[in-house]
Design a protein around this ligand. Structure first.
Ligand code: PMV
Length: 323
């Protein structure tokens, strides 16, 4: 039977996290570490899933029961709900065999759930000849993410779909591809897995109690994001670095920074990075530093000495594609 293979990239947030949840813009870049998804039809009555990176082997779910169980294992949730949403929307049903393989750990905060959601939805679109356009692929994948997490701007889905470096406004209302050059970035992993939905809720709580203040912070983040876009397009790395530092200060004000992130960020700055900040929700995961090529090794070593793990990542990667 016909087998469709696709891959979708992970992502890093450059500017605008948290503010993007409230309709402000952000800048996200797709990275060259990908999640591979293969899908084929079977004559069986169930969907079978193999996702060894998520410690899932030989998972089976009757097509008529997709999404019905309250305790769907974490490792298959996005796949199962994505299939259910696709079947419902396009009035198709079939037994399926789905396999996933990720080039990066789901612990890093590179957006493996979003990449897998985009990957399987795109593969189903090919398998059933639906020919989803990018925006339709976004909308259907975003529904899956919201069905599961209840919160999120969808920026990571946009990165997985469009690839490159994007100007993104929450909910996918605006997606604009930006300059195409590779960004000289060093990525440091704190070793701590962050829980994005609870950090988003934490900021929502702060916003409830201190709405004026938090709105002011979001406005400042938006100014930084706008200037970040201009500076990126001009290739002004020094200014981009300064803006990353400013963005980090505002993320600290939102209360999402941690001691471990600060250690890596300060180490990178002291070793000569042009700027450094957390990337994503905060609470752990990764930090990024903008680094001139001649300083890369020193900065990488400083991050490691501060307890971080340096992850080799290139930015501006291609969006979801057939393999
Ligand atoms: O933790 P990550 O890498 O998934 O990034 C979350 C970014 C937020 O702006 C905090 C949430 C969102 O959905 O935009």
């Amino acid at each position: 039977m016909k087998k469709i293979k696709v891959s979708a990239p992970g992502k890093l947030m450059l500017f605008g996290e948290h503010a993007v949840v409230y309709g402000h813009p952000c800048i996200v870049t797709a990275i060259d570490q990908r999640v591979n998804v293969s899908v084929e039809r079977t004559l069986r009555s169930f969907v079978g899933i193999e996702a060894p990176d998520m410690r899932v082997t030989d998972y089976k779910k009757e097509v008529s029961l997709l999404g019905k169980d309250v305790n769907i294992p974490k490792g298959v949730k996005f796949l199962e709900i994505a299939v259910k949403n696709f079947f419902e929307k396009y009035k198709v049903r079939s037994g399926l065999k789905i396999k996933t393989k990720s080039e990066f750990s789901s612990e890093f905060g590179f957006g493996s759930s979003s990449a897998v959601t985009v990957g399987v939805t795109k593969a189903l679109s090919e398998l059933f000849n639906v020919g989803l356009k990018r925006q339709e692929l976004f909308d259907l994948s975003y529904k899956t993410v919201l069905d599961i997490l209840g919160v999120g701007s969808g920026f990571d889905l946009a990165a997985a779909i469009w690839g490159g470096t994007l100007w993104f406004v929450g909910g996918g209302k605006t997606v604009i591809p930006l300059q195409k050059e590779e960004l000289p970035i060093v990525v440091g992993y704190t070793g701590i897995k962050a829980d994005t939905p609870s950090l988003v809720r934490q900021v929502a709580e702060l916003r409830k109690g201190k709405s004026k203040l938090v709105e002011e912070i979001f406005k400042s983040i938006t100014s930084i994001t706008k200037e970040g876009r201009d500076s990126l397009e001009r290739g002004d790395c020094v200014r981009v670095g300064q803006l990353m530092n400013l963005n980090q200060t505002l993320l600290m004000a939102l209360g999402v920074n941690t001691k471990e992130l600060s250690l890596l960020i300060n180490a990178a700055r002291s070793a000569g990075a042009l700027g450094a900040k957390l990337s994503g929700a905060g609470g752990g995961d990764c930090m990024i530093a903008l680094v001139e090529p001649n300083k890369r090794l020193v900065v990488e070593r400083a991050i490691e000495q501060a307890g971080g793990k340096v992850l080799k990542v290139n930015t501006n990667a291609e969006g979801v594609r057939n393999e």
